[in-house]
Each structure stands twice: as structure tokens, then as C-alpha cells.
Design a protein around this ligand. Structure first.
Ligand SMILES: [Zn+2]
Length: 325
């Protein structure tokens, strides 16, 4: 029986690239992540399964890497068609238990962050509308088919004739897991490692859901953790990666450091608001790319704050970042 993982890139309405799901054959046909729930995505998946003589009904196990719609929107429909067990961390579970509550909490936290960051009202509204549209590619997972693993990692999963250790790899998402096959030296990184530096998505904190996460500092810790692993093959959530893991993480880490230095220079030149600094750093970027830049700018400022190089003051207009030296 094959230990191979078959990459199936699915179309996405929300990601900037296709989203990868991975198919493991054998006695327990398994999907790692499952894409969004809309006709073109489902049809693409069906056609790919058919190449291996499989139908959706044959799926026995679905494993989720994190709670973003491009990775799990179709899980509910696939699970109800197949009866497959859906494995996810207890960090992803709240999105299954009450999707609307999690989404509205996310919107509240983000709207507050956008406001504090000095983003114009019309742009805030646009992004909030984008978040609400997540509903259009979501399907409800039958709770009785769910099996949980620890978000913090340590447990193992079985698929592709291999044993995979669950790793906690936050940064892109506070509920991001990766899966590591020590024997085959394979890493399903999902969005913890991507061909291009992952976006440090702003989310609600796990311990204090009314506050936002400091995602970029978490991502750099994850990079450090992953760079130590012996890995021959990386299986990312989008695209493909041929560069050795340690080298890729070093390159992306250096770029983050470089951007963080530039951010500090803009603060020292008298730019104190996140949105204003993002406009300096990403002057040439149009929407939607500017939005990614804006998110990263907040991350660079978080890094500077964590390192004690800037302080974040609060005034009537929102957050005001000031250099400490
Ligand atoms: Zn993704």
C-alpha cells in the first residue's frame, strides 16, 4: 500500500491561490483539508478522486489543519455524504459548534483593530463584508462525526500508512496545526509554511477572545521550531515548495526582519499610525494586496513592541506607535 500523499489543488473564492488538499489512499481513504464548499471546488475534488477510483462516499477520514474557510468550508458536506470521521483540534471545534458566533467575534475584533489602526471607514466596511461572505462557502459539520485532538500537539494521526505527529504551529492562524511524519521526514505544513511568507492573520486570542492575536511574533517562533526538524518533503496548504525547509524559513525570516527595520525607520520619521505606515511600506500595492501588506505592517509593529523598540500609546484616534530610543 502506498505511503504517497496526492496533492489536489482546488479553486478558491477567498485564497489568493488555489488551496491544496492531500489525499491518502489505502484502507482509510483520508483527506487532509478539503477546500471551500461551492460547485467548482466540489467538482474538481470529485474528478481528482475519480482518477484513483474513489467517490466522495468512499472517504473514511477528513483531517483539518486550521479553521480557515478555504481549508475547511466543504468539510461538512463531504462528511455528511461519506460518513467520514472529521478530526480537528479543540481550537477548530468552536467554529463547528457555533460558526456564526465565531465569525461575529472575529468581525468585532478585526473592526476594532482596523479602527485603532486608522483605516478609513469605507475600507473597514469592505473587509468586514468580505468576512461575512465566508458563509457562502461553508457547510456545517455533523457534530457527531467530529473527533478532537489537542491543539497543543503531541498526539498522533494515522494515514498514508504512516504515523503523523500533531505539531502546534501558530502564526498564520492561532489554531494552526502541522503534521509530521518522522520516519518519512515529511511535513504537512498547511499554511504554517508556504512558498511565500504566510500572512500573519489577525484573529481573536484563544485565551482572551475579545483581544486580537500578536500573530507575527508567534510565526517567527514557529519558524524556529520547524527549522530544527529533519524534513525531506514539505506539503504546504497552497502551491508547492522545493527549497529545503531551513533555507526557506531563513529567507522568509530575513525578509520579515528587513521589513521590521523599515517599519521602525518610518516610525522614527514621524509616522505613528498602522495604516499610515502600511501606505509607506506598500505604496505600490493595490487592493487586495495592500490589505495583506496592512496586516503584515501590524505584525512588524507587534514585533517591535514585543522587542521593546516601540511602545503603543492610545489616544482619541487609536493606536499611536512611538519609538523608544
Ligand atoms: Zn490557506
Amino acid at each position: 500500500m502506498s505511503t504517497e500523499l496526492i496533492r489536489i489543488p482546488l479553486p478558491s473564492r477567498f485564497a489568493y491561490d488555489k488551496v491544496n488538499v492531500y489525499l491518502a489512499l489505502g484502507d482509510t481513504p483520508t483527506l487532509i483539508d478539503c477546500g471551500e464548499y461551492f460547485p467548482k471546488s466540489i467538482e474538481t475534488l470529485q474528478a481528482a478522486l475519480a482518477d484513483y477510483g474513489l467517490k466522495i462516499q468512499d472517504l473514511a477520514q477528513i483531517i483539518l489543519t486550521h479553521a480557515h474557510v478555504d481549508h475547511m468550508g466543504a468539510a461538512g458536506w463531504l462528511a455528511s455524504q461519506s460518513g467520514a470521521v472529521v478530526r480537528m483540534s479543540e481550537g477548530v471545534w468552536p467554529w463547528v459548534a457555533d460558526f456564526e458566533a465565531c465569525l461575529s467575534q472575529r468581525i468585532t475584533v478585526l473592526q476594532e483593530a482596523y479602527r485603532q489602526a486608522g483605516m478609513p471607514e469605507t475600507m473597514q466596511q469592505m473587509f468586514v463584508e468580505g468576512l461575512k461572505a465566508f458563509r457562502s462557502v461553508w457547510s456545517q459539520i455533523p457534530p457527531e462525526q467530529v473527533a478532537l485532538f489537542d491543539l497543543a500537539g503531541g498526539q498522533t494521526l494515522q494515514f498514508a500508512q504512516s504515523t503523523w505527529e500533531v505539531l502546534y504551529t501558530p502564526g498564520h492562524s492561532v489554531v494552526q496545526n502541522s503534521f509530521y511524519d518522522a520516519q518519512g521526514q515529511r511535513l504537512i505544513s498547511a499554511d504554517a509554511v508556504l512558498p511565500q511568507t504566510p500572512v500573519a492573520v489577525v484573529e481573536q486570542r484563544l485565551d482572551k477572545p475579545t483581544l486580537r492575536s500578536y500573530s507575527l511574533p508567534q510565526m517567527l517562533d514557529t519558524f524556529e521550531q520547524l527549522a530544527r526538524l529533519p524534513v525531506k518533503q514539505i506539503l504546504p496548504g497552497h502551491g508547492t515548495i522545493d527549497t529545503p525547509l531551513a533555507e526557506l524559513l531563513k529567507q522568509q525570516g530575513m525578509r520579515i526582519e528587513h521589513r521590521t527595520e523599515e517599519t521602525l525607520a518610518w516610525v522614527r520619521r514621524g509616522h505613528h499610525r498602522v495604516f499610515d505606515i502600511a501606505q509607506q511600506l506598500y505604496a505600490k500595492a493595490a487592493l487586495p494586496h495592500f490589505f495583506l501588506g496592512f496586516t503584515m505592517t501590524l505584525g512588524y509593529l507587534d514585533l517591535l513592541e514585543v522587542r521593546g523598540l516601540v511602545v503603543c500609546e492610545q489616544d482619541a484616534q487609536g493606536w499611536r506607535y512611538v519609538s523608544k530610543s
